[in-house]
Ligand binder design. Structure first.
Ligand SMILES: [Zn+2]
Length: 448
């Protein structure tokens, strides 16, 4: 009898041990995520209406001389499609250093092959070489990013080439003049718009307006500016176009081609798995089943948080993430940034006036371009909160030459103010920006 009872105890201990993990992983009668609010993954990053990718081909000198500084001033990240064989030539004006410098400022370096051949006329081995070796050279020379994008030389492709490209890249840009829908039919033949010398500013701006209305992905393809090539674009017209895009930034997401392609692939593959709901926290997982070393772009998720939550903040794997209440809503839809497969996302309930532990680092910032300047200088100033702003331009002796004062309180955001310096003598000047108790000054050089 004694022996039986030992066996009996052993049997039930084992059963208990085996079942315990199983039982604890089963949902309770009411699952802990019961009551998780409705959500959706936004079509475009930060729930914007359109995506815009600015792309530049052939490592032309004028792109680096005129446009790179302009892109940086506007804080736009673009894609430079480089011909790696040309960069490897010792006499090349644009060098790997130029390309690395662009990459270090957040621009994408894509492949435009090794020798810029007509790929469809090559045999299979030569095609493979052009596709693979150019990608490998970029990965070797440009640290901190993986080359994922290709632009077909002469915009020529066929089905066989397209399928070869898909072994090496996640996206490839073809030519032709139209924008892609938010769900492009084929990421290996992404179409773009090509501004030429004869394209008016209105036409270029129209591509952006159209993209906003129809929620499109507008890819722009530029080869040369000013003095270079057959149909160079006026750098000044392009500057005005960039300024137009900047003025639409509330609704337009400007990002490199590869970043937008990653967003689309992640967005279409991602699923959200609610994990738990409490009075003060909503948590969920986001997974896309794609390789995490490449697909690391944050997606924006719109979550209808409970109506009595006055404020909220978001963490992923314990680290703060961007979030904002969606505009035009009663304030109950929260936009949340999260990277797929990068840890649990938690939305924490906060009191209305609670201080966020990690406030955005954007302060009252001032920058100018171009500098040195001959004619018109544009001051860009950032307002982190609603306030008045004043700009004053002094010479080296402290005499004021120009000033600007906002007529009303400005909302938070980025602003542009131009100053005409054509009548200013050559020399050093200082632009002072005062707002919200903060003062910053930038040195300007006027050259005649
Ligand atoms: Zn080209």
């Amino acid at each position: 009898m004694k022996r039986y009872s030992v066996l009996y105890v052993l049997f039930f201990s084992c059963l208990n041990l085996c079942l315990k993990p199983l039982l604890s992983s089963l949902p309770e009668y009411y699952p802990s995520w019961q009551g998780f609010p409705s959500y959706k993954i936004c079509t475009w990053y930060h729930n914007k209406s359109a995506a815009v990718s600015l792309t530049f081909d052939d490592n032309n000198e004028s792109q680096f001389a005129y446009i790179l500084p302009l892109l940086d001033r506007f804080r736009f990240n673009a894609t430079f499609f480089v011909v790696t064989g040309a960069l490897d030539k010792p006499w090349s004006v644009v060098t790997w250093d130029s390309v690395r410098m662009a990459a270090s400022r957040g621009h994408e370096i894509g492949s435009h092959t090794v020798n810029h051949p007509r790929l469809i006329e090559l045999d299979e081995v030569s095609r493979m070489y052009e596709l693979e070796y150019s990608r490998n050279r970029i990965d070797e020379e440009v640290p901190g990013q993986k080359c994922v994008s290709l632009a077909y030389p002469y915009s020529q492709w066929d089905d066989e080439l397209r399928s070869q490209v898909s072994s090496y890249y996640i996206v490839a840009r073809a030519g032709d003049n139209w924008s892609e829908p938010a769900d492009p039919p084929d990421l290996y033949t992404v179409h773009g718009n090509i501004p030429l010398a004869s394209t008016s500013l209105e036409q270029m701006n129209c591509w952006i307006d159209e993209a906003v209305v129809y929620r499109l992905w507008c890819v722009e393809i530029v080869h040369t500016f000013e003095y270079e090539g057959a149909e160079p674009l006026s750098a000044d017209r392009y500057r005005l176009h960039l300024r137009y895009i900047k003025s639409k930034e509330e609704r337009v997401w400007v990002a490199p081609l590869g970043t937008v392609a990653k967003y689309i692939r992640e967005r279409d593959a991602a699923t959200i798995i609610p994990v738990s709901v409490t009075d003060s926290t909503l948590s969920f997982d986001l997974s896309d089943g794609l390789p995490d070393s490449v697909y690391n772009v944050p997606l924006t998720i719109a979550v209808d948080i409970p109506g009595d939550w006055e404020n909220a903040e978001v963490t992923q794997a314990g680290m703060p993430r961007w979030s904002a209440f969606a505009e035009g809503n009663s304030g109950r839809t929260l936009l949340v940034d999260a990277v797929p497969d990068a840890g649990e996302i938690a939305i924490h309930r906060m009191a209305r006036n609670s201080q966020r532990p990690n406030p955005p680092s954007v302060g009252y910032e001032l920058s100018v371009f171009p500098n040195p300047v001959r004619c018109i200088i544009t001051a860009i100033f950032a307002m982190p909160e609603k306030n008045e702003a004043q700009l004053d331009l002094f010479d080296i002796r402290g005499c004021r030459w120009a000033s600007f004062k906002s007529e009303r309180w400005l909302d938070s955001g980025e602003y542009f103010q131009e100053f005409d310096l054509r009548n200013f003598p050559s020399g050093v000047y200082f632009l002072r920006f005062r707002a919200g108790g903060s003062v910053s000054t930038v040195k300007i050089v006027v050259q005649r």
